[in-house]
Design a protein around this ligand. Sequence first.
Ligand code: GLU
Length: 373
Amino acid sequence: MRKELLKAVKRVVIKIGSRVLTDADGTLDMTVIGRICEEIAFLRQQGLEVIVVSSGAIAAGRSELGLMEKPRTIPHKQAAAAVGQTRLMLAYERSLAPNNLKVAQVLLTSEDLGSRQRFLNARATLDALLGFGIIPIINENDTVVVDEIKFGDNDNLSALVTNVAEAHLLLILTDIEGFYSADPHTHPEATLIPLIKGITRDVERAAGGSGSTVGTGGMATKVAAAKKAGKNGVATIMVSGKRSGIIAAALQGEDVGTLFLPSDTGMNRRKHWIAYTLRPSGRIFVDEGARSALLKKGKSLLPSGVVRVEGRFERGACVRLCGLDDVEFARGLSDYSSSESALLVGCKSAEIERILGYHYGDVIIHRDNLVLL
Ligand code: GLU
């Protein structure tokens, strides 16, 4: 089955974690980077397009700045990232050069991807780079982001990049062999699970997500990334980046690591962007009639179904839609701001103009801008 699935893969995003790229004392491990680059060159020879999402800037900068410990303050982390990013790029550039491959640095922030225009610009740039046969190396633009607006981690960034780049596969290189039934560091009896057909609550729990306090070495963020990519119709394979030959083995459909199958054939890419890249800035509560019209009949949200508006948002912002039970069931782009929507609660569409003095349309959220979760 893996072989079948991988035949259709032409464009792959490879996420490489800091722990793969650095050695025990935290400096860039040029042997590992050299090997990974050899393997990337092999994929290129097979005609695959490769995009790398690489961590390691902060780690590389730390040793360059002579910091004994991991930087703690935000300015120190950002300084380390600024210094380390050039070292990281140099490492990739030198290691890919013997195979005549060139690199491009692409630094992104979640605000960049939150703007549809910049998102599409990033897509066009990646397309152009791949057209030139270049390997784009993506990282978060750590020097300008603060915690509140970060992607959070590069697992998340790599999942979003599968949508930006319209890739067919996400390959996560990490420091353990794949996804285990329990944390293998504390549960020696834990077994590697080669195939996850759907990311259920149980899978999330085993990963140390909701309902559990045991993290399994960043497993929760990897499972979350696989879930996000899966909503886009993209499969994820998680393998140990420390193992030689692993990239080719994974791409040739060998039974290595863990394969996470996508949840469905993939939602429309713009809808995926609305649901997973945008940060919702408020909540609109709707009555049961509206909820079932949206969920079962594919309707737009009319002001008559709105019972309450929470938070502040502008027209065009992404908002959460919640039922009377407070549970979020959809997200969408609101045609009216929070203050306008609050004035329109429960009214008929024909009354919008009288109430506001103007009218952007009959709906609060059009179904084309709405994603059911
Ligand atoms: N952007 C960070 C770095 O390059 C890594 C973030 C992560 O690994 O999740 O050091």
